[in-house]
Design a protein around this ligand. Sequence first.
Ligand code: R5P
Length: 298
Amino acid sequence: MPDADDAQQSRYYHLDVPQANTAFYLKGAGALDWGMQNRLARTFHPDTGRTVMLAVDHGYFLGPTTGLERIDVDIVPLLPHVDALFCTRGILRSVIPSAPAVPVVLRASGGPSILRELSDEEIAVDMEDALRLNACGVGVQVFIGGSNETKSVHNMTRLVDAGLRYGVPVLGVTAVGKDMVRDARYFRLATRICAELGAQVVKTYYVPDGFETVTASCPVPIVMAGGKKLPELEALTMAYRAIQEGAAGVDMGRNIFQSDAPAAMLRAISAVVHEEMPPAQALELYQTLRHETTADPA
Ligand code: R5P
């Protein structure tokens, strides 16, 4: 006896519903393979297409810098508020819990310390280890205009080749030397080179004049690095403008972990990124949350 008549077959096979082709939501990522899109989707929130990545990788050349002396004590409690964590594999294995899971982008370049020429980096992580750590991506410094420009670009392109082999996106980080002009013209050049040579995401600094031309001319998502610690309102304003001018999120460190109330600052930044909360309102949110976390319970 047949297990279904024609009418039932129509119902179970949804013969009247054509299969949809769902476009992937991130800029420039439509032609990427499933695994790479899936890793990007773990980093960039599907509801907004944006990310709040917390950068705590500074120790790879700075050692225990202010705010990162004890990542286990001061950073791990922040993890519930981040979309992704940018860190080294040493910190990941030694102090970041594997559960609850936080999406991780691994710092994958390094070599020189703050005492030497910083642009003289090599690849510092094998892609196989990034896979072993279930990383959502790897990040590499690119020193456009620096004394090791070609070497750092080559580091990135080798990681891009390995990442394409295994489905791991590469975050190209535009590193600016001390003597370089930080303007839109420079960042257009640096971000575009990273994207042209295969980075699936690019991290760069905000500039007040012409940042929208940087995001417009870069064919892949840009996340904003925070830079030196600023007063909270200035940092929130910078993040707000970057988002309004086309950034797909932030990868901020010092302006969060060097804040008086890092969890409050992280949540305020998240409101700016995901809800487009204006800076003055985000500052109020920061102050309210800060007061709640520091209020004397007595
Ligand atoms: C870049 O070289 C560092 O590794 C950081 O990831 C990056 O600078 C973002 O951190 P911050 O917001 O402190 O500049």
